[in-house]
Design a protein around this ligand. Structure first.
Ligand code: NAP
Ligand code: ZN
Ligand code: ZN
Length: 348
């Protein structure tokens, strides 16, 4: 076994602290990654605090992982020691069901092996995530990081980036379309960058005016605070697609009314409590409400290459591991601009 250092949550109401863990030996298809950075996704907080139920403790969170290849197994092709690589929200899947065959492994019917807060295929070994110095992952679930993106700002692409890229592609966001992004947090700010790079006219819906300048720098064309009655009237029936990243229950109907006929709002945020929904905003213009989960491996690589071509990663605040608990509180309080990224050198 390979020794690694990490940080774990011992229980739902407890602070994260130092934790020694072991990774499996490098098998013939495995890649040993020396982790450099790991993003803090709001999902890490939901799970470490057991807000969705069913959390497994002790938990080493982290699914926005970037690092350098340290060692490869005998059958590994396409990765060499020293390469910059990434790992996202899952590290394996059944490889046999229709979604796996179609390359949408995130919807695997046999069950994806989550990067953390899950079980290995043996059903009894808990998985540990990226708040750690090393990880061993099968080559089919390892991504390549484009050379022109700094590693720290690449980390959030592995979850926040793909979670916005996938629905934008699936619902065919394209040049000239009007796209709404609800919530300018870790996910939302990537949505603005990616949708504007796709040529869309992006409107940001935020709960305060504080992020207006940043939204414009990220590529937004419009910024709406609080969605007042007059904004609701002005924008009714104008948008082609809305991606909702908000991690709190809100009045979905007010935003659905902003869509044109037959258009879709995609939920990606997962609030602890459900939002109420009236049927009228959907019925009156045959609008749709949908959901989307991260993205498959091939699509994640496509997204990384897209970001490389456009020369952007995330806007990040790099922190040492010991600041993780403070960082969690700041994310919940909406103070991060726009993703905390842990520098794993700080515990090596
Ligand atoms: P985040 O950085 O905390 O951003 C969420 C944003 O939502 C905040 O910045 C804020 O934007 C807005 N918001 C929060 N509370 C609000 C409230 N009470 N009313 C109105 N707006 C509010 O979180 P994140 O990392 O982007 O994650 C967002 C959600 O997506 C989480 O629930 C996470 O678990 C989920 N997620 C889903 C997937 C997926 O595959 N579907 C993947 C990753 C994460 P403003 O400051 O602009 O108002
Ligand atoms: Zn995430
Ligand atoms: Zn499968």
């Amino acid at each position: 076994m390979i020794d690694a250092k990490g940080y774990a949550a011992p229980g739902a109401k407890k602070a994260l602290g130092p934790f020694a863990l072991q990774r499996r030996e490098v098998g013939e298809n495995d890649v040993l990654i020396d982790i450099q950075y790991c993003g803090i996704c709001h999902s890490d907080i939901h799970q470490a605090r057991d807000e969705w139920g069913g959390s497994i403790f002790p938990m080493v969170p982290g699914h926005e992982i970037v690092g350098k290849v340290e060692k490869i197994g005998a059958a590994v092709k396409g990765f060499q020691p020293g390469d910059a690589v990434g790992v996202g929200c899952f590290v394996d899947s059944c490889r046999d069901c229709d979604p796996c065959r179609e390359g949408i492994e995130q919807y695997c019917e046999g069950g994806t092996v989550l990067t953390y807060n899950g079980m290995e295929k043996d059903g009894k070994t808990p998985t540990y995530g990226g708040y750690s110095t090393k990880i061993v992952v099968d080559q089919n679930y390892v991504l390549r990081i484009p050379k022109n993106i700094l590693l720290d700002s690449a980390a959030p692409l592995l979850c926040a980036g793909i979670t916005l890229y996938s629905p934008l592609k699936h619902w065919k966001a394209a040049k000239g379309q009007k796209v709404g992004i609800m919530g300018l947090g870790g996910l939302g700010h990537m949505g603005v960058r990616i949708a504007s790079a796709m040529g869309c006219e992006v409107t940001v819906f935020s709960s305060s005016d504080r992020k207006r300048d940043d939204a414009m720098k990220l590529g937004a064309a419009n910024y709406v605070t609080g969605l007042s009655d007059s904004d609701q009237k002005k924008l009714a029936g104008t948008l082609d697609l809305i991606i909702n990243t908000i991690a709190a229950p809100i009045d979905l109907g007010a935003y659905l009314n902003l869509l044109k006929r037959d258009r879709t709002m995609v939920l990606v945020g997962v609030p602890e409590k459900p939002s109420a929904l009236s049927a009228f905003p959907l019925i009156l213009r045959r609008r749709r409400l949908a959901g989307s989960l991260i993205g498959g491996i091939a699509e994640t690589q496509e997204m990384l290459d897209f970001c490389g071509e456009h020369g952007f990663g995330s806007m990040v605040e790099v922190i040492p591991m010991e600041k993780v608990n403070e960082a969690y509180d700041n994310v919940v309080a909406g103070k991060v601009r726009y993703r905390y990224v842990i520098d794993l050198q700080s515990i090596k």
